[in-house]
Design a protein around this ligand. Structure first.
Ligand code: ADP
Ligand code: MG
Length: 636
């Protein structure tokens, strides 16, 4: 009895898109199906470790390709774990993955995006077969059960499932190929062509650890005619890449394995392949991706470390192996020192793995250090994608400081282009002899910082300023506190001690100004009830009349904003209003104060100045309506 099911709405849409909008690179369907077959065998091998009667001991795991010229069909079979009826519905009929919506949106809204890239990124493997087939029949039998099922669909929104018979466990997928993929005139896309299939397996699936077999037609000369004989061939070389000698591996082989294992569509930025012998024996093949996944910084991410023992896959997502901040690293660790049926709980406590993890952390950081030193452009690429992770590492883990601070990069007031970033060491090397702090400014972009009122004076004195454009920057730097014995100093926090760059005369006049204006400053503070904690004369302003800064202790104004944004926090910065004593506005304010310290006009001026300072800091005024009214009133 056959039952018809509807694909889930999202699946339907995706199938439509797959079928109707992807014309290039359709060949990847084969990689996807072979990868599923290989996963299925892995799963059976793993299950058989504990359920010993599941498969005969001498089971020959294999993947079989059969191009069927007569029926214009290609079958891909495996003797892996197979699926129950429920699993068929759950795995093939529905897309459980949360990324699917985004996938569909991207596919629909960004025509320039390469569909192959998206397929890889979102891992919608099985459905890719509908790019080349107008009907798919899947026959499957779950290991350990007696029931087999036939699943069939033309990709039109529905699929059928019916009981069937199948001799042994595993899955056979038959693709009824679209006519255009069966034509001799176009061999590259003719998926019945044996040579094409051989080439595709070599290209995408060479390292699959189980043999991918196919019967090859071999022409044989017989007296006066040519006959065709068939010969069984293994299309892939099977050796797990990481067990081979480094010198025997081509860069492209590393890349292909990476793309296969980690569903990325781009080559990795860097490959780290090491072998350790001695107390701990392990091989690692680690990759630094070229791009952060689209949601890397938004949600908790699975780590891309896969654990193997002597080539046998044990588990994915071994987050206990590497510190959180290195979660962008992907790769495999193969060690004979863990047992195949190790549980996740035991894994966490495994001392050997802990030691291996420590070594890996060192290796990765060393690698990044060398990259920074020898391939700056490559490192810049890396930092653009994953710099935030490094900063988070500094913020989250005190013990990481020494290792990570040399890896930081920041834009600075000295850099000419948007992309030129400098290290802290480079900053320090460029410091003025009398300078003893590292100046930085926070803002949402370069422009915002360049228009901060307080930046002018520092630039004029030839002091370099680091630009903190990431939200995490100031938090991380607060944890670091200093570098090479130099404290970090925000140009918007605390007292800027610029005295070293000033003449004796400047200093004397500064002191005089402060003394002379004590009452005025006090009156301004009172006029701005509660809004600011202090009002003082500034030494950091040139053409701007005011600026709003925060005190050294506690958090900064930008941190206050971020915390309020991210965690609804009510923690406030201690705010200080600084006035430029050389500005016309200061003089006007002073005159108004001297005429009548209690006047409404004086209070209005104070409020206006405060509003202005808020805006200059890149913040919004607390009450825009009142602020607008105030301006209107003064213009009348
Ligand atoms: P993914 O492989 O990323 O999970 P796919 O769309 O390629 O996504 O496959 C969906 C699911 O269907 C797999 O996770 C697996 O559970 C099941 N599946 C696909 N092919 C096979 C197969 N040959 N044998 C057993 N299960 C399979
Ligand atoms: Mg898959």
């Amino acid at each position: 009895m056959s039952t018809t099911y509807e694909f889930q709405a999202e699946t339907k849409r995706m199938l439509q898109l797959m079928i109707n909008s992807i014309y290039t690179n359709r060949e990847i369907f084969l990689r996807e199906l072979i990868s599923n077959a290989s996963d299925a065998i892995d799963k059976l091998r793993f299950a058989a470790l504990t359920e010993t009667n599941l498969v005969p001991e001498d089971a020959n795991y294999e993947i079989f390709l059969v191009p069927d010229q007569k029926n214009k069909a290609l079958t891909i079979s495996d003797n892996g774990i197979g699926m129950t009826q429920e699993e068929l519905i759950a795995n093939i009929g529905t897309i459980a993955k949360s990324g699917t919506k985004e996938f569909i949106d991207k596919l629909q809204n960004h025509e320039h995006l390469n569909a192959t890239e998206l397929i890889g990124q979102f891992g919608v493997g099985f459905y890719s077969a509908f790019m080349v087939a107008d009907k798919i029949t899947l026959l499957t039998k779950k290991a350990g059960t007696d029931l087999a099922f036939k699943w069939e669909s033309t990709g039109d929104g529905k699929y059928n499932i019916e009981p069937a018979s199948k001799e042994s466990c595993g899955t056979t997928i038959t693709l009824h190929l679209k006519e255009e993929h069966t034509l001799d005139s176009n061999n590259e896309q003719n998926y019945l062509n044996q040579q094409t299939l051989q080439t595709l397996v070599k290209k995408y699936s060479d390292y699959i650890r189980f043999p991918i077999k196919m019967l090859f037609d071999i022409p044989v000369q017989e007296s006066d005619s040519v006959e065709t004989k068939q010969e069984l061939k293994i299309l892939n070389s099977m050796a797990p890449l990481w067990t081979k000698n480094k010198n025997d591996i081509k860069p492209d082989e590393y890349n292909q394995l990476y793309k296969h294992l980690f569903l990325d569509w781009q080559d990795p930025l860097d490959v780290i392949h090491t072998r350790a012998e001695g107390v701990f024996e392990y091989i690692t093949l680690l990759y630094i991706p070229e791009h952060a996944p689209y949601d890397f910084y938004q949600k908790e991410h699975t780590t891309g470390i896969k654990l193997y023992s002597k080539n046998v896959f044990i588990m994915d997502d071994c987050r206990e192996l590497l510190p959180e901040y290195l979660r962008f690293v992907k790769g495999i660790i193969d060690t004979p020192d863990v047992s195949l049926n190790i549980s996740r709980e035991i894994l966490q406590q495994n001392q050997t793995l802990k030691k291996i993890g420590k070594n890996l952390e060192k290796t990765i950081l060393k690698n990044l250090e060398v990259m920074l030193k020898n391939s700056r452009d490559k490192y810049l690429k890396f930092f653009k994608e994953f710099g935030k992770a490094i900063k988070h590492g500094i913020y989250a883990d005190y013990s990481s400081h020494e290792k990570l601070r040399e890896l930081l990069l920041f834009p600075s007031s000295r850099s000419v282009t948007e992309d030129s970033l400098i290290t802290l060491a480079e900053y320090v090397a460029n410091m003025k002899p009398e300078q003893d702090v590292i100046y930085y400014a926070t803002g949402k972009d370069r422009q915002a910082i360049d228009s901060l009122p307080q930046i002018e004076v520092l630039k004029e004195k030839g002091l370099e300023i680091l630009y903190f454009l990431d939200r995490v920057d100031e938090f991380a730097i607060d944890m670091l506190a200093e570098y090479a014995g130099k404290k970090f100093q925000s140009i918007s926090r605390g007292q800027l001690d610029l005295s070293k760059f000033e003449t004796e005369q400047d200093k004397a006049s500064q002191d005089k100004l402060i003394n002379e204006n004590k009452d005025l400053l006090e009156a301004i503070k009172n006029a701005l009830t509660e809004k600011v904690d202090e009002v003082r004369i500034s030494n950091r302003l040139k053409s701007s009349p005011v600026c709003l800064i925060s005190s050294d202790s506690g958090i900064s104004i930008s941190m206050e904003q971020i915390l309020a944004d991210v965690q609804d926090s009510k923690i406030k910065a201690t705010k200080i209003l600084e006035l430029n004593p050389n500005h016309e506005i200061f003089k006007t304010l002073k005159r108004t104060f001297e005429v009548d310290a209690q006047s409404e006009q004086f209070v209005d001026y104070c409020k206006l100045l405060y509003g202005q300072a808020t805006l200059l800091e890149g913040l919004t005024v607390e009450n825009p309506v009142d602020f607008a009214k105030l301006i209107a009133k003064l213009m009348k």
